[in-house]
Ligand binder design. Structure first.
Ligand code: ZN
Ligand code: ZN
Length: 354
């Protein structure tokens, strides 16, 4: 057989303490149901940093992050029906799943119960053949058509990229819990996820209150659609919303004390954490939950169908993440700025930029 695996260049890490540097990886030979995508843009998610620095203790080296990919289809296999050469498409956090389990059959691939769970776009070494997957910090990728998203007509490629993770991650629980008209919603943490979540909640008809540690994000939060924005360390201001909210979505990407936000909920309210995949270090006071019958929980990214829905929803409502484009070579500096909460509000790698 002729060796037709595709070589692609990008940036990756060889260890938890090493900065990202130039790397060449191989993509599989495209099969009949695969599309080959020339990646033009890739968002920089806080997860990329957690993974590249092995903060979840499961990183396989080399690690080539990136799960907010947008680009053009350069090849469509003979059985590809959904896409054609030249289409502008996206790939989010998953590139495959078992497709047979209860979750997969229900269209909730992100909760795949197969032996290896869903196949992550990068750091997905649990494929049957044991090989790793590599993300969008490279210039091309080969993906099964069922895990490829259509970028709506007229949507800017660089603005579409963050929707593939930050958009769907915040949209999925709002859809699940039918958050919308008449609801009062708190969005906690105004970063890559939070600034999109404000726009989505507002477009769904909710009244949105933003909570941030950074006083300089107050004006931006209102510009994104919040009717009010509170500095979370201001206890007096926090107290004005005690018992007032129906739903709180926390997007803070590390362990944090959720008790001040639980207190903002009305009876039967719900708080969902989407930014942190680690133990919550400060115990949640169940007496507060019990006395108001509150629900406290988490939510993981979103399904492929929901990812397409949020792309279409954002196109219909004119929702766009606020992005700063960078060259791939600036990625280490970008990581530092994301950790220091200096990014406004999502870095997007533009591969054509040097
Ligand atoms: Zn992400
Ligand atoms: Zn499955």
């Amino acid at each position: 057989m002729i060796e037709t695996a595709i070589k692609t260049t990008g940036y990756g890490a060889s260890g938890a303490r090493s900065p990202l540097g130039p790397i060449e990886v191989e993509r599989r030979e495209p099969g009949p149901r695969d599309v080959v995508i020339e990646i033009s843009h890739c968002g920089v998610c806080h997860s990329d940093i957690h993974q590249a620095r092995d903060e979840w203790h499961n990183t396989v080296w080399p690690c080539v992050p990136g799960h907010e990919l947008v680009g053009r289809v350069t090849h469509a296999g003979e059985h590809v029906t959904k896409f054609a050469q030249g289409d502008l498409v996206g790939v989010g956090c998953m590139v495959d799943s078992c497709r047979q389990c209860r979750s997969c059959r229900a269209g909730e691939e992100q909760y795949c119960e197969g032996p290896h769970g869903f196949l992550a776009t990068y750091n997905g070494p649990f494929k049957p053949d044991g090989s790793n997957t590599f993300g969008g910090y490279t210039t091309s990728v080969v993906v099964d058509q069922d895990f490829v998203l259509r970028i709506p007509e007229g949507m800017d490629a660089k603005a579409a990229a963050p929707l593939l993770c930050s958009g769907v991650t915040t949209y999925s629980p709002m859809k699940r819990y039918k958050i919308g008209n008449g609801d009062k919603v708190g969005i906690v943490g105004i970063g890559g996820l939070g600034h999109v979540a404000i726009q989505i909640a507002k477009a769904r008809g909710a009244e949105v209150v933003a909570f941030t540690r950074s006083p300089d994000k107050i004006a931006d939060a209102k510009r994104f659609g919040a009717s009010d924005a509170i500095v979370s360390t201001d206890e007096k201001a926090m107290a004005t919303y005690a018992g007032k909210l129906d739903f709180v979505l926390s997007t803070i990407p590390e362990s944090h004390d959720v008790n001040p936000y639980v207190k903002l909920l009305k009876r039967d309210g719900r708080i969902t954490l989407v930014g942190v995949l680690a133990p919550i270090e400060t115990p949640v006071d169940n007496s507060v939950l019990a006395f108001e019958r509150l629900s406290f929980g988490g939510s993981l990214i979103g399904s492929i169908a929901e990812t397409q829905e949020i792309l279409d929803f954002c196109a219909a409502h004119g929702i766009a993440p606020q992005v700063e484009t960078i060259a791939l070579e600036q990625i280490n500096e970008a990581f530092e700025n994301v950790v220091a909460a200096k990014v406004r509000y999502r870095y997007v790698i533009e591969h054509a930029r040097r």
